[in-house]
Design a protein around this ligand. Structure first.
Ligand SMILES: Cc1cc2nc3c(=O)[nH]c(=O)nc-3n(C[C@H](O)[C@H](O)[C@H](O)COP(=O)(O)OP(=O)(O)OC[C@H]3O[C@@H](n4cnc5c(N)ncnc54)[C@H](O)[C@@H]3O)c2cc1C
Ligand code: SF4
Length: 485
């Protein structure tokens, strides 16, 4: 156990500072300053090594949190990364991007601020990469079996790494020109710089995983051809069909889906020449929808030099503290102040958008909004409360309705659930023998930690399908939901 009296001696939660706003919005680098090792050790020492570590259940990966808190406190970084990698292929992603449901479930959080679990996690992996402790782990022998993984987001990458290490010959197909899924083209650099994806891909390539970017399965190669060519297929294509807002003026130039905007910004930063890029520079920007996507648009707009940024949400403002109906150890919905929210702009709740308003020459001039009222549980615009907000650029960050399923349905006849996700059983198997599904494609738009957990579990199911047995760990059945989300 880490320091037995640590939680009594250190009652404050300490995190590395975020860089000053005026400095950080001048660049795209990550917002956090370098962490202090002494502070990290103090924080790891607050872990109580509980008899029942609720943080394990809070984490969809079942990360062995008290073990690596203890090892961090003892200064045994090399052992810590081994325990962390035992359950998580990519702690450099989760340690930066996870909303940390583990911390909501931390026992210390009942009457003190939670242990800074996520910070300990990212520090362990950054130290490990920095010291050259993350080395390729190629398989000892090849099975002669082949697997195609379609989609290179965290679910596809986790499945591919597990299956490669189990000795299968794995090819990852990605229709974008670069590997990484939403990590590459959704999430901006100020949350996670792309070098973290690239260094992990270098390890995976050295282990033997093959990457095929720029191949759209269902179009360039049909799903049937892929199934015939490989012994098994993992569908990890994400859930990126955006929710639209079909109101008057929707077709005006200046109204865009958030992902179109974020993808172009990420491409521009990667050095691509983006023709006619959607940019916030010199514009009044309105972001519709809260959540991660909305926050990413806000931070991007500020860095591009927006004149103003307004964020509107149709629902109620979440409570600043844990609401009674979401008691510990649940992961509560509370008012979040992400780094992007600190950087400027206004947030307004209970606002319904009723129209995108053009100027005389047919360009977007404003949006017309009204207060939201609840009628029979439905959210509707309240009559007589309409007003206009000036807008040159509107970004729709209203969530995602599910995965694209057309070619999967036409070519493999894969059924979908009533929520539009690709149907699978508890072993991640679809209706087609040898075809499995992992991540958002089967779960709906979710979190990186869930995508990695599902990729690992699906890999275990694929290995059992191919070999009759498996030594790969299977953290969760497909229908499981941790109590924290
Ligand atoms: C803007 C944004 C910000 C987010 N921020 C966070 C965050 O901070 N923290 C967090 O935990 N979660 C966040 N999320 C959610 C998280 O990114 C996803 O849950 C996660 O990436 C899902 O992983 P995945 O591997 O299932 O799919 P994805 O990451 O969506 O990857 C799927 C890949 O499959 C490819 N593909 C699709 N169809 C085909 C085909 N037919 N052939 C070949 N390739 C195909 C796609 O191009 C894509 O690259 C965010 C989501 C968005 C949109
Ligand atoms: S992956 Fe997320 S939930 Fe799991 S330990 Fe890390 S921060 Fe916590």
């Amino acid at each position: 156990m880490a320091d037995p009296k640590g939680f009594l001696k250190v009652t404050e939660r300490e995190l590395p500072k975020r860089r000053p706003v005026p400095v950080r919005i001048m660049d795209w680098k990550e917002v956090y300053e370098q962490g202090d090792p002494a502070q990290l050790r103090r924080q790891a020492g607050r872990c109580m090594d509980c008899g029942i570590p609720f943080c394990h259940q809070g984490c969809p990966l079942g990360n062995l949190i008290p073990e690596w808190n203890d090892l961090t406190w003892r200064g045994e970084g090399r052992a810590a990364i081994e325990r962390l990698h035992a359950t998580n292929n990519f702690p450099e992603f989760t340690g930066r991007l996870c909303p940390a449901p583990c911390e909501s479930a931390c026992v210390l959080a009942i009457n003190q601020p939670a242990v800074t679990i996520k910070q300990v996690e990212v520090s362990i992996i950054d130290e490990a990469f920095g010291n050259g402790w993350v080395q390729p782990q190629p398989p000892g022998r090849l099975t002669g079996k082949t697997v195609a993984v379609v989609g290179s987001g965290p679910a596809g990458l986790a499945a591919a790494q597990q299956l490669t290490r189990a000795g299968h010959t794995v090819a990852v197909y990605e229709r974008d020109d670069r590997i990484g899924g939403l990590l590459r083209y959704g999430i901006p650099d100020f949350k996670m710089e792309k070098k973290h994806i690239d260094q992990r891909l270098a390890q995976m390539t050295a282990e033997g995983t093959r990457f095929r970017a720029g191949v759209d399965i269902g179009v360039d190669i049909t799903w049937e051809q892929l199934r015939a060519r490989y012994d098994a297929v993992v569908v990890a294509t994400g859930a990126m069909v955006p929710r639209d807002l079909p109101i008057p003026g929707r077709d005006l130039p200046g109204v865009h889906f958030a992902m179109d905007y974020l993808t172009q910004s990420n491409r521009h930063l990667a050095g691509d020449n983006v023709f006619d890029q959607i940019t916030a520079e010199g514009k009044h920007v309105v972001v519709l929808g809260g959540g991660d996507t909305g926050a990413d648009c806000i931070g991007t707009a500020h860095r591009q030099g927006a004149l103003s940024v307004t964020n509107l949400a149709i629902g109620k403002e979440p409570s600043a503290v844990r609401p009674p109906e979401q008691p510990w150890p649940m992961h509560p919905t509370i008012f979040e102040v992400q780094s992007a929210h600190e950087e400027g702009g206004n947030r307004h709740y209970l606002v319904s958008t009723v129209e995108f308003v053009p100027n005389d020459v047919g360009e977007l001039r404003a949006i017309r909004v009204a207060e939201t009222e609840y009628l029979d549980g439905r959210r509707v615009p309240k009559a007589g409360t309409e007003r206009e907000i000036p807008a040159d650029l509107v970004l729709l960050a209203l969530g995602f309705t599910g995965p694209e399923t057309r070619t999967l349905d036409e070519q493999l006849q894969l059924p979908v659930t009533d929520r539009g996700n690709i149907a699978r059983d508890d072993d991640y198997a679809t209706a087609q023998p040898g075809v499995f599904v992992a991540g958002d494609a089967g779960r709906g738009q979710s979190l990186i930690v869930w995508a990695i957990a599902e990729g690992r579990a699906a890999a275990s199911a694929v290995d059992r399908y191919l070999e009759g047995e498996t030594l790969l760990p299977s953290p969760i059945p497909a229908t499981a939901r941790a109590f924290s989300i």
